[in-house]
Design a protein around this ligand. Sequence first.
Ligand code: DGJ
Length: 740
Amino acid sequence: MTVEWRPDGRQLHLANGLVSCVLRVADDDALLLLHHGAPLPLGQDYAHLAPTPTPRHGERVGDPMPSAYPTSGIGDFRIPALLARGPDGASTLRPQYRSHAVEPGKPALPGLPSTYVESPDEAETLTVTLGDDLTGLFLDLRWTLYRDRPIVTRSATIRATTAALDLDTVMSAVIDLPDDDWILLTLDGTWAREAELHERPLIHGRVAIDSTRGISSAQHNPLLVLRRPPTDEAHGEALGLSLVYSGNFLAEAEVDSFATTRLRIGIEPTTFGWHLDPGASFTTPEVVVAWSDAGLGGLSAAFHGLFRERLARGTWRDRDRPILLNNWEATYYDFDTERLVAIATSARDLGVELFVLDDGWFGHRDADDTSLGDWVVDRRKLPDGLDALARRITDLGLRFGLWIEPEMVSPDSDLFRAHPDWAIGVPGRERTQSRRQLVLDLGRPEVVDHLADALTAVFAGAPISYVKWDMNRPVTEPYSLGLPPERQGEMAHRAVLGMYELYRRLTERFPDILFESCASGGARFDPGLLAFAPQGWTSDDTDAIERLAIQWGTSLAYPLGAMGAHVSAVPNHQTGRVTPIATRAAVAMFGVFGYELDPTALTDDERTAIRDQIALYTRHRATFQRGTFHRLASPLDPSRRHAAWMVVAADGAEAIVGVYGTLNRPTPESLRVRLRGLDPAATYTLSMWPEIPGDPLAPAATGPRTGADLHATGLVFDRERHAAATLGDFWARLIVLERR
Ligand code: DGJ
């Protein structure tokens, strides 16, 4: 890993043998990014990668110069990184190279979550400083290169020096690519349909995803992935940009008349504005840029490793996460102490390790129209209080976990009656209804202080070892009574910074609590929150077949250990679908496993099945939660009637393959699943779960077999093809491979 400076050509080359970035200071002192991608040799001049400006009326107007941080008004008409106005109101800026510095390690970003290093030799950070003479605007552009990963992170700081500035657009990064031969992948959806993976070729013009909801949203994940057209899961070039941010964002690609591509990602500009007085600065969220020539699987592995090891932090980062049972779908708001203890006792008997009390334990909350903000136990339901309940649960040998939704307030709450001005809204204007609750203005420090105190009292008042932090509505009528009218553009970002500050205080004050983020499922499933909560509730949709697609898409950037995944009752509460309990478990095990059902209502067979599931997951927990994930057969492929994926233990000693039948057909097509990530020279024994007498799929688990064989010929499920045709819909099998 090095940052090579070639003074002759004023070239900077970040290289670690896995990825290269080449920057160059042009003759007019503009900073160009000539290359971000495949590793390039050091010791060479890459001036030939810069287009030669075509003189046209003595100017280079319109030529696609690959600016490292493009501004507007100076002849580059594509999407800019920065729009800012100086005292004269003009938004033309020409930032020019002033200096650069290289430091070991990686600095933290003020008030923002970011990836980190544990020792300074894990990464190097280059900061290039540019200045615009007329406005006094200075830019510190940061690139951090990790030593052992194909990863570069970027962020920018804008400083006002001699005069005030108004920032209108401040992207975290722009990357210009020299061609448009790419397919763009995004994760899109809505409530209960998160992370649907969509692909489209780049064509001339712009394609953008964004959020203006105050949260990163279920509609689009703050992630852009490009793959070359032939790239598949295992081969070929791919580039990914992932924004470490939980609020409004924009991610965009533009192909210009020269068929070159510009990517940009950062805070969504139409809901953003920021005023800088002289001496003040603004730092953007971080973007993580991963590059791979080992297909989408290689790209995902790069994101997974970084997010698991150097974004997630704290006590729970590397620890086994407990198998939980959450009472939401078992009881909704309708419970009392004895019912909860009965559920917990039954869960304990099945092998569950953590009981989570969801919504409805506070205020007088029997529905979603009341009490948010009043974080005081409801003694109608829990007469002896939370502590007494938690102790009864922990006395059973279980951990106790609790649901909160701290960023919200119900109009019917003591908090709202005392502080109506703390809710976001425009004075004099009716507030848009959503789930009969309002969003608190966490941009106001007094609101964060209050919530930190209120929640500290809750967390310190009972033996709580897990917290599910929910967030169930978007921000509307964005306005802060804590800001003057001319600074309202700052409101949305300040609210996100306040949310991070609240998370920071509570996670630091309670380092042993495992936090799980949630936003009506996956409406805020982003890298920003992973820095505080190492796992998130992937979706409210717990239907196993739907979950195949949701977890497949989510895994494009997020590791299995970040994805909460539960077995729920059938008919499924979201889809009405009935799937076998083994299938529900075989999907949920590829994540942080748990249950979301009433264990007192199970049949004996279901109880036996669940004990067996928990035993299997516990035995392979480290692999499921911290192994290397490979997507094998896509549930999104309409020509297939099956899906498959696998996870390989960090030490390679075992692997688990999940194979899932979706809609069965007579005379089925061949079903072979070629594996990946095994040691070709090693021999593996194979066993199948669940064990079913006479299972027509069982011959796939004959063994022992070598890794090379399993890569080349795969698991063969079609030996009893016609018997397999009668399996019915929604079957699943896990194949456990153990290295001999
Ligand atoms: C939305 C979450 O996604 C659910 O799991 C549940 O916690 C409800 N909120 C409770 O209101």
